[in-house]
Design a binder for this molecule. Structure first.
Ligand code: MN
Length: 486
């Protein structure tokens, strides 16, 4: 895509963005305790003594969380580190009773990787992953139930998190948005995180700086914490970058700080001066041994890997002839991709894709249904496309049939049979209709013969209309012209 450039009267600027994304691990119990991770339960009902920070309680690493993290690392095409270790990150916060977070610092479980993002012009770009580590989530402070008190819910305390840190590879809000969509799609395919940003199971910190266009320096960045939708991430980047440009152009400097994005104004305001790693007094967690994985284990997780969206997209383009854009949309979630493959099986895949991208998605949208609830089954959509391919019905009639399918769930053959919608390809029958139309429109026949040849299209339309849309358009077109030119 064309570069995203901020241009002012004084100069051109480029934005440099990196993301840190906290993803809640899908697992029945928390990362260091046996308490449930269920979202939405009554406050403080899923809290073990470990989560509550009782003295003497010891954490035990949940193997399922490790398994999910390794799977995710493989999904990010990243290096799985056979040696990793846990550290204590010390800080005081009311929703964290231990006053430290168990996280990974020097040795994360996942190293460098990369994923492709899909841009609006059909291009792709590689985004580097710096690392991914696992850690525990904090509880939740609730400030809006009382004007004078804050409440603490520890249900979330100790839920497993994967923190994915990207390289500063984004050069526009669009690229960051595309990355979050792709990451969410991969996590959902893998079943390692549900990716619901509005429920906080995927939370994004956004690091933004700007530099003169064409330069490769890295200037001071500011971090926006916990931005909770793709749209807000894009907005935060745009507005924060503009703020930096304004400060620089007025001779100021940017301080490294943590800022808060306000969705109602779209702007950011300062939360606190940025803390540095040494402020946290990281040290190796004495209650947990290092995490050591062997090749057998990593290979066994590799063997479980399913086809991910990029590989699927590639296959749809290469072997089924889909456009990259259609393939990308169809592969964004696994249910849709599976539905498509089932519908396309044995039929014209490109036509099936067109139907899904058009009438099918429009129908789901209108009825506000998930694909799993679709009244039109994959088999029936494939059968409908087959009827068109075999000239049993025209594309126009197919739209009516589809409408009935989406209301009744019936299969298209049955609808065509019941409603007598079979396309007329019998030339005798079509010729008879042509004669009727010609007999009752002598004036237009005369006009045609005197040179208004574009009236042929009008005759074709009349014939198809009189056949109630059932006459095969190609045949009508040929016969009408032959008859008029006779
Ligand atoms: Mn973290």
């Amino acid at each position: 895509m064309a570069g995203y450039i901020i241009e002012t009267a004084k100069g051109k600027w480029e934005v440099v963005v990196g993301l840190e994304i906290h993803c809640q691990i899908i697992s029945k119990s928390k990362i260091f305790s046996g308490a449930s991770t269920e979202f939405g339960d009554d406050p403080n009902t899923n809290v073990s003594f470990v989560d509550a920070g009782f003295p003497g309680m010891l954490p035990v690493l949940n193997e399922e969380c490790v398994h999910q993290a390794v799977k995710t690392g493989l999904g990010l095409n990243a290096k799985i580190n056979k040696y990793s270790e846990f550290s204590r990150k010390n800080y005081f916060y009311a929703d964290m009773p231990t006053d430290y977070q168990i996280t990974q610092f020097r040795y994360p479980i996942v190293g460098e990787g990369e994923i492709d993002i899909d841009l609006s012009d059909g291009a792709t770009k590689k985004i580097g992953i710096e690392r991914m580590h696992i850690e525990q989530d904090a509880g939740k402070s609730i400030h809006d139930l009382s004007p004078t008190k804050s409440y603490i819910d520890l249900n979330r305390a100790g839920v497993g998190l994967m923190e994915i840190v990207t390289k500063p590879d984004f050069r526009s809000p669009e690229e960051a948005g595309a990355f979050l969509r792709k990451l969410r799609s991969i996590l959902r395919y893998l079943g390692t995180c549900d990716g619901n940003m509005d429920e906080g199971s995927m939370r994004c910190d956004v690091n933004v700086s700007v530099r003169p266009y064409g330069s490769d320096e890295l200037r001071t960045r500011c971090e926006m914490k916990n931005v909770n939708s793709v749209k807000f991430v894009m907005q935060a980047i745009e507005n924060e970058a503009k703020r930096h440009v304004e400060v620089y152009e007025n001779g100021g400097t940017i301080a490294q700080e943590t800022r808060q994005f306000d969705p109602t104004t779209g702007h950011t305001k300062v939360m606190r001066k940025k803390e540095f790693a040494h402020d946290y007094r990281y040290f190796p967690e004495p209650d947990l041994p290092p995490l050591v994985l062997d090749d057998d284990y990593i290979n066994s997780v590799k063997a479980e890997m399913i086809e991910l969206p990029d590989a699927k997209k590639h296959r749809f383009v290469e072997t089924l002839g889909l456009t990259p854009y259609d393939a990308m949309v169809l592969c964004e979630n696994k249910e849709t991709a599976d539905f498509f493959e089932k519908a396309a099986s044995g039929h014209d895949a490109k036509k099936v894709a067109n139907w899904m991208m058009g009438d099918f998605f429009a129908m789901l949208n209108k009825k506000r249904l998930d694909i799993a609830q679709s009244p039109v089954s994959a088999e029936n959509l494939g059968a409908l496309v087959e009827l068109i391919s075999k000239d049993v019905i025209s594309g126009k009639i197919a739209k009516d049939v589809f409408e009935i399918m989406s209301e009744t769930g019936k299969n298209p053959e049955q609808i065509v049979e019941e409603k007598g919608l079979k396309q007329v390809t019998d030339t005798k029958a079509i010729e008879a209709i042509i004669e009727t139309v010609i007999a009752s429109n002598a004036d237009n026949v005369a006009a045609y013969k005197s040179g208004k040849t574009n009236l042929a299209g009008w005759f074709v339309g009349q014939v198809i209309k009189m056949s109630q849309g059932k006459a095969n358009p190609a045949i009508v077109n040929k016969l009408v012209r032959e008859r008029l030119d006779k």
